[in-house]
Design a protein around this ligand. Structure first.
Ligand code: NAD
Length: 264
């Protein structure tokens, strides 16, 4: 099927859809014909993304919703409201909500560690579980759950023990979910971005960016749309024999172990 139409009739839910990678994913899925629920903790950001979405096809309806992915209650409310609004659960879910709270391991507070794990790892678990439960309950023939991990989960990064642990965790979560859910026709995969130009990386000093770019064979940071390309592929039937995979989107083979970000 042509890329521009391969997600027709798909209902998609994107957490962290109000900014950066999540916003680019919403835009890409909408441009391929999907209906998109833009979910974010920031109502204003979610609405901004909503306003930017294409709606070319009859029946293509986008909405914005507020969610805190670290809260089971909030996720339950979101999934229920999506089902009420669209009369079905989302068959595609992209977990893009995430945060960083960097500090050296020797100084990191317990609260900093917990907060990042709560949102990045527990949030991915809660949304994956809620969407999978809804799909299984309604006997949906197939689903695709995509979690945005990070290359940092594979290679580590100075100042990001909490973030690296959370992103390594989502890979384990995804591989297990893939094994458990394949019998219900639900595929689960991760995308592992390298350094992508988003508000999350805005605070990285210019000299660090230059260093990173000099180490990436493709010679530059990535764009959110380039991560969205891979998410759209994983959402579509073009990836129907792929589950439990982690796809690196780093501009480099073998990851970016040289990356030393905000604290250098
Ligand atoms: P971003 O800060 O631009 O966007 C993150 C979004 O998540 C924001 O809209 C924020 O409001 C939302 N969010 C934060 N906490 C939330 C919560 N509790 N519930 C719901 N939404 C919440 O960052 P980004 O760079 O677009 O990051 C998106 C994902 O990509 C994150 O998981 C991040 O870890 C991952 N990632 C980013 C990069 C990068 O270089 N930018 C690299 C690897 C992985």
């Amino acid at each position: 099927m042509a890329a521009a139409t391969r997600l027709i009739s798909r209902l998609t839910l994107v957490t962290g859809g109000g900014s950066g990678i999540g916003r680019a994913v919403c835009q890409r899925l909408a441009s391929e014909g999907a209906s998109v629920v833009v979910a974010d903790i920031s109502e204003e950001s979610a609405n901004e993304t909503l306003g930017s979405l294409q709606s070319n096809l009859r029946g293509q309806v986008h909405t914005a919703a507020v969610v805190d992915v670290s809260s089971k209650e909030s996720i339950k409310k979101l999934v229920t409201s999506v089902q009420t609004r669209y009369f079905q659960p989302p068959s595609v879910c992209v977990n893009a909500a995430g945060i960083t709270q960097d500090d050296f391991l020797l100084n990191m507070e317990e609260e900093q560690f917990d907060k990042v794990i709560q949102i990045n790892l527990k949030g991915s678990f809660l949304i994956t579980q809620a969407v999978a439960q809804a799909l299984v309950a309604c006997g949906a023939p197939k689903g695709s759950i995509i979690t945005v991990g990070s290359i940092v989960g594979k290679v580590g990064n100075i100042g990001q023990a909490n973030y690296a642990a959370s992103k390594a965790g989502v890979e384990g979560l995804t591989r297990t979910a893939a094994k458990e859910l394949s019998r219900f026709g639900i595929r689960c995969n991760c995308v592992l971005p390298g350094f992508i130009t988003t508000p999350m990386t805005d605070k990285v000093p210019e000299k660090v960016i230059s260093k990173i770019e000099s180490l990436v064979p493709l010679g530059r940071m990535g764009e959110p749309a380039e991560v969205a390309d891979v998410c759209a592929f994983l959402a579509s039937d073009d990836s129907q024999y792929i589950t439990g995979a982690s796809i690196e989107v780093t501009g480099k083979t073998g990851g970016i172990s040289e990356a030393q970000t905000c604290l250098n």
